[in-house]
Ligand binder design. Structure first.
Ligand code: IMP
Ligand code: MG
Length: 178
């Protein structure tokens, strides 16, 4: 891994390498496969940030499973705007399904605290959350991840799907702001 990269006006240093990421994501996949054996869960991946985690996690499911996508947003630059936009339709066909929301990161939990009640309106059989990363303030809005690859410190990170104003999503490793 290079030791320092620049995106826009910020510098980032290595945080978590791709080998460890692969190992943890596989473990989350195995855990979900065991918990949902015989149930055909529907993964609901939150765009944009979770697309890489969702793709890797999905391929580690050893059970029948489906995937769909929703677009939510609350961030601008490196700070949460405080307002959550649900930019896609919640499908009534999700009624009665075992849904696993797939997120890139839970920072304050505000995004999912706004989304989960909307999702509950279509009466899924169950709702659980799989988040690639969890930050220390994650429970601020009463939201908890049931499955997670890593708990990290309260610092801004990029890579593996996570961006800084559009850049950095394609980095295979995770980088932290310097
Ligand atoms: P929350 O609503 O505060 O939990 O924030 C969730 C969203 O903020 C995530 O889905 C990310 O899109 C974004 N976010 C939070 N922390 C970071 C970070 O360190 N890097 C990149 N995006 C982040
Ligand atoms: Mg996100």
């Amino acid at each position: 891994m290079e030791q320092r990269i620049s995106l826009h006006d910020k510098h980032f240093v290595p945080c978590i390498g791709r080998e460890l990421i692969a190992e943890k994501v596989a473990a989350v996949g195995a855990e979900i496969s065991a918990d949902y054996a015989g149930r055909r869960p529907l993964l609901l991946a939150v765009l944009n940030g979770s697309f890489i985690f969702a793709a890797d996690l999905f391929r580690h499911l050893a059970i029948e499973a489906e995937i769909a996508f929703v677009k939510l947003s609350s961030y601008s630059g490196t700070a949460s705007t405080g307002k959550v936009n649900i930019e896609s339709v919640i499908d009534p066909l999700w009624l009665g399904r075992d849904i696993i929301i797939v997120e890139d990161i839970i920072d304050t939990g505000r995004t999912l605290a706004a989304f989960v009640p909307e999702l509950q309106k279509v009466n899924p059989a169950s709702i659980k959350i799989a988040s690639f990363l969890v930050k220390p303030d994650a429970q601020q809005f009463g939201i908890a991840a049931h499955y997670t690859a890593f708990h990290i410190n309260n610092l801004f990170v990029v890579g593996y799907g996570l961006d800084y104003d559009g850049l950095g999503r394609n980095l295979p490793d995770l980088w932290v702001v310097e």
